[in-house]
Design a protein around this ligand. Sequence first.
Ligand code: F6R
Length: 313
Amino acid sequence: MVYIAPAGIVLCGCVADGDSTRDGPKRANVGLFAFLWDEIASSLGNGGEMLVLLNSGYEEMSREAARIVAGTVRSKPNATLGLATGSTTVGMYKELARLHQEQGLDFSKVITFNLDEYLGLAAEHPQSFHCFMRENFFTHVNVASKNIHIPDGTIGGDYEEYCAAYERAIREAGGIDLQILGIGRNGHIGFNEPTSSFGSRTRLKVLTNETIEDNRKFFGAGEEMPQCAITMGIGTILEAKRILLLATGAAKAETVAEAIEGPITASVTASCLQLHPDVTFVIDEAAGARLKQRDYYRRVMEMTARFTPNRLS
Ligand code: F6R
């Protein structure tokens, strides 16, 4: 199937549907194309496009990401933030904690939804994403505990009902204003592993061997590594009003280039972000080393700062 959008964007092929969604593959794809069309049409209206902010290193990348998150919270104190875990985000959370402690950045009305949690891990488990969020962010800022949402890794039984309720809670909060993402070496966002449907919603997802190997280092010797996770879907992520993706280090360079400049494919799920009208990639030089259009992104950064600085805030 080939779609030619008015902007000359060509969408080729069918979307892989390795996921079982509640609605089934057929309806998910019909909805997906309608959604993509709406997104493209609305991006034509507001001039939205992908921004790639190249930073010298991890510290600068973390400060830049925190600056954008802080800008969202200052302009909308009751903003809904979609949060990610992972080593990439640690510096950003540290900087946000500093802004809270030294400059009074107020999170008291902010609502948060985390992307994912390992299946089988209780909130108290040191490797759980609940624990990561407590240690790196929540104990250092003033997000109200009633406003924090992280998938429960200990649910058993009706996963579909649980995941549908998570989706409902996001909708009832007014949708996500700013979604923060990291990226896996295999191009995953959240735990949307390669072949995840672009129409997928929050669901139980089996982790790939690569993801299991990448994360094994955080678990103790002899400790069993979870094989599955509850994760927001690609469809859930694409509905966020704005998306911020952070990437650092040479190990991410190949997948970052595929996500930003490669074909849109479910084999690199982050490539779906090319369809979103307001995505900012905040990356460091090492993670951006394989991008062919680096010089162009630098010029776009300069011109954006000059003509439409609100896009950088
Ligand atoms: C974590 C998550 C993952 C990570 C990704 C990168 O909530 O959803 O997609 O963002 O695996 O992890 P790090 O930053 O550890 O390389």
